[in-house]
Design a protein around this ligand. Structure first.
Ligand code: RTP
Ligand code: MG
Length: 142
């Protein structure tokens, strides 16, 4: 298995619930290392650009409105199979369908307010990491 990097976002609902630490703990216990991190308030333009692939979808405006409703925490996670591993730890998009013990099962309220984002493949991981972090802001594996 290859060591990969993936882009993760703790969404405004989870930040508001004060569970940043609990979610970081899930990443760490799940074998992923946080190698870059930033708390930020996304602008509408930043959120629209990040989710541009969904621009034509009916839920796009609600998704953008939600992502700018409060601060988010953006991080790069590194580890064996990090992209798929993070998606496993997150659980299904709709928390009602998320497996027990996953982040979304435990912290998400709805398909809109679903606690976390994770890149869905190697190409999107590379693009999404570059969207938020300069190469020198991603720290080498310790
Ligand atoms: P994310 O990109 O946020 O990690 O979530 P995901 O891969 O599990 O889901 P994706 O299909 O990429 O959708 C992005 C976000 O849009 C919202 N969504 N709403 N109402 C709906 O049918 C619907 N489908 C997707 C979700 O909040 C999802 O996280
Ligand atoms: Mg997605």
């Amino acid at each position: 298995m290859a060591v990969e990097r993936t882009l993760s976002i703790i969404k405004p609902d989870a930040v508001a619930k004060n569970v940043i630490g609990e979610i970081y703990s899930r990443f760490e216990k799940g074998g992923l290392r946080i190698v870059a991190a930033r708390m930020m308030q996304l602008s509408r333009e930043q959120a629209e650009g990040f989710y541009a692939v969904h621009r034509e979808r009916p839920f796009f405006k609600d998704l953008v409105d939600f992502m700018i409703s409060g601060p988010v925490v953006v991080q790069v996670l590194e580890g064996e199979n990090a992209i798929a591993r993070n998606r496993e730890l997150m659980g299904a998009t709709n928390p009602k369908e998320a497996a027990a013990g996953t982040i979304r099962a435990d912290f998400a309220d709805s398909i809109d307010a679903n606690a976390v984002h994770g890149s869905d493949g190697p190409d999107t991981a590379r693009e999404e990491i570059a969207y938020f972090f300069k190469p020198e802001e991603v720290c080498a594996r310790g």
